[in-house]
Design a protein around this ligand. Structure first.
Ligand SMILES: Nc1ncnc2c1ncn2[C@@H]1O[C@H](COP(=O)(O)OP(=O)(O)O)[C@@H](O)[C@H]1O
Ligand SMILES: [Mg+2]
Length: 464
């Protein structure tokens, strides 16, 4: 075999085996040969390409721009992104071949199909965008779960309560809130409902202490048309019926008289109720949350609360501690309410440090409700921007024993400024006289000369 034939075989093997598409042109840009796989990229057969110039091919949009053309102009290696007739994206690299006289005799271009890569990149971008969207969605859901808008839960005690609330909300378990009046039992009962699967349904609040006993039954059970003799009232659904699919909140359940406790227990047990004057019992599906500031177990012992109802309600008892036992909340609640009422009344009030101290020391028998009411009152009624402790209803004027003694010694009433100043002067002199042995020491303490001390002591007759 001739050497030339062997080279030809070598070149063919290279052209066939290469993943890149290889095109070889002469020094004028006329295609001499190309890889056999050129059709997939250029949509043209090998034979069709050969003999055409890159200029022609570019005009035919087989590829554009032509990398070979640039090499012919620039006489050096060039890399460009091409689009081809078949809609592919190609990275084309071409380089010139010179003869011994520096004449450009060939241009060889390698084209690498990036369409797949580009597709993968696009898919990747799309996936990433989706991921970001889902991530933000998840974050939003998480935020919602932690959503405690308007509920202050700074203290350890309350964050424990909150965790328990989150856990129990999704179950259908009966919850009873225990705690003093004003600690937030209603707030948390509603929070459970809002975090539960029933949140889209009704939250019916029954204040067991506020409904008169005589009306309780008709309020709770409702009545059918004509249930009451004489009156031609239309029928009306009761609160229990309205709570169907939702939550029935029995507020102040400890106030319920015994006979009504029995009726309530029956509904809870049977999950059925009949309107007054009705005959058809209706199935009712509700979740019960109760609250009380009473000691139900003690009431059971006393016989004022039914034991069976107690056990029905006491499935998940949650005790809300009184405000005085959670000083961390106290501070934050102050800020929260102050901000809220400053907004409401368009003011800019702030608490004096001593006011905060006295607030922290106070026992808050009315708990959060008392604090909320007080903050509103302070914002409305105080004159200065700073709220001083004297504005607090529980503020006690602390009288120093020292001052007390002096107050007793000195009549405080003064006719005019001069007399008032004299009173102050006498008080200071007496204090110095009691504390020091010599007039020099007194002068030092008072910041005046020794001779002035002597003169003033004489003037006011202070000598024993
Ligand atoms: N943790 C809290 N954060 C913000 N406000 C609260 C909080 N706890 C209670 N409150 C407010 O205090 C007041 C009394 O709460 P409430 O739930 O009616 O108490 P309870 O039912 O225990 O008597 C309400 O105005 C309520 O909004
Ligand atoms: Mg309440």
């Amino acid at each position: 075999m001739m050497e030339e034939d062997i080279r030809e075989l070598e070149l063919r093997a290279i052209l066939e085996a290469s993943n890149d598409n290889i095109v070889i042109t002469d020094g004028q840009g006329k295609v001499l040969r190309s890889s056999p796989n050129c059709q997939s990229i250029y949509g043209m057969k090998n034979e069709e390409l050969i003999g055409k110039t890159v200029d022609e091919l570019e005009r035919m949009n087989v590829f554009s721009p032509s990398v070979t053309k640039r090499v012919l102009q620039e006489k050096k290696e060039v890399q460009v992104m091409q689009h081809t007739l078949t809609g592919r994206s190609v990275m084309a690299t071409a380089l010139p071949v010179f003869d011994e006289n520096g004449e450009m005799i060939r241009v060889i271009s390698f084209s690498h199909d990036l369409t797949e890569l580009r597709q993968i990149k696009e898919d990747y971008e799309e996936l990433r965008a989706k991921m970001e969207y889902y991530q933000s969605e998840i974050q939003e859901l998480r935020d919602k779960e932690q959503h405690t808008d308007g509920i202050v839960l700074k203290s350890k005690e309350m964050s424990n309560v909150w965790q328990l609330i989150q856990r129990v909300a999704l179950s259908d378990a009966t919850v009873v809130f225990l705690g003093e009046s004003g600690v937030g039992k209603n707030v948390f009962a509603r929070a459970i409902h809002e975090k539960s699967n029933r949140s889209k349904e009704a939250f019916i609040e029954v204040n067991c202490g506020a409904i008169p006993e005589t009306l309780f039954e008709s309020e709770m059970f409702g009545y059918e048309k004509g249930a009451f003799t004489g009156a031609n009232r239309e029928g009306k659904p009761g609160l229990i019926e309205l709570a169907n699919k939702g939550t029935l909140f029995l507020d102040e359940v400890g106030e319920l008289p015994l006979n009504l406790q029995a009726k309530l227990l029956k509904v809870i047990q049977e999950k059925k109720m009949t309107r007054i004057g009705g005959t058809e019992p209706k199935r009712i599906d509700f979740r019960i949350i109760a609250s009380t500031n009473r000691d139900l177990a003690e009431m059971v012992k006393e016989g004022t609360f039914r034991e069976d109802l107690f056990y029905r309600l006491n499935v998940v008892p949650i005790t809300i501690p009184p405000l005085r036992e959670r000083k961390d909340d106290l501070l934050q609640l102050c800020e929260y309410f102050l901000g809220m009422f400053n907004d409401k009344y368009n003011t800019d009030k702030a608490l004096h440090a001593t006011t905060i101290h006295e607030i922290l020391d106070y026992s808050w028998p009315g708990n959060v409700r008392e604090l909320e009411n007080l903050m509103e009152r302070l914002v409305i009624t105080t004159e200065n921007r700073i709220i001083y402790p004297s504005a607090l209803p529980f503020h006690k004027k602390e009288i120093h024993s020292f001052d007390k003694q002096e107050t007793e010694e000195m009549p405080e009433q003064a006719e005019n400024l001069q007399e008032a100043l004299q009173n102050v002067e006498i008080r200071w002199l007496k204090r110095a006289f009691r504390q020091y042995k010599t007039t020099y020491e007194m002068a030092d303490y008072l910041g005046i000369s020794q001779s002035s001390v002597v003169r003033k002591l004489q003037k006011y007759g202070i000598n024993s």
